[in-house]
Design a protein around this ligand. Sequence first.
Ligand SMILES: C[S@@+](CC[C@H](N)C(=O)[O-])C[C@H]1O[C@@H](n2cnc3c(N)ncnc32)[C@H](O)[C@@H]1O
Length: 207
Amino acid sequence: MRILRRKNRPKDLPWKAEGGLSRRAYPDYATYVAHQQAKLARAGSFADYERDYRAALAARLPDVRGRSVLCLAARLGTEVRAFRDAGARAVGVDLNPGSKNTDVLPADFHRLPFRNAAFDAAFSNSLDHALDLAALAAETRRILSPGGIFIVEAVAGSEEGPGPGSYESFFWKRVGDLVGALEKLGWRPGRRVPFTFPWGGDQIVFV
Ligand SMILES: C[S@@+](CC[C@H](N)C(=O)[O-])C[C@H]1O[C@@H](n2cnc3c(N)ncnc32)[C@H](O)[C@@H]1O
């Protein structure tokens, strides 16, 4: 068995800060992917999360009735089902959607396996698991139809809340730092609403 030195375990890797944003310093892309894929096996039951986040998210979404929605980093698909509850047609992608998941396809949100303009909206509550925000933002824009919206649920920043846990790869001091970074990448923030469950943060609708 290969024993990793403490400093080489992904969760012990150092963070590199650039202004209000910071990134976990993975030695290569494969280590990032393996670290992200490992999160699911470490989690317990999702029964309560499925019931409670599905209901909370469906209740706080903007009007998505009749829209096609892609959920980025959707894990087992809780948000996909919340979007369907709200009247949308939704599907998800995740690096590790578990087995026999018909709602979430295995894919990397930095390289989406969909044609241009395939969706009316995209959603993610997992931008703190990105490695390359610019690539994610460009791919999201590519798969959205003109006028499409990107709904982001962003956890409170490290100066606003508890800060990153063991699996986050990207973080911000304040949600405003993330919003500013997405603005620089061409996204215009619209409606911004705070929420407190399953963690404190803001829901922002970008166009
Ligand atoms: C905090 S979990 C959130 C899952 C889901 N959104 C939910 O609320 O149940 C973060 C997820 O991001 C996924 N992930 C991390 N990096 C990814 C990437 N590059 N592409 C797609 N999914 C990724 C992980 O596999 C994990 O399921």
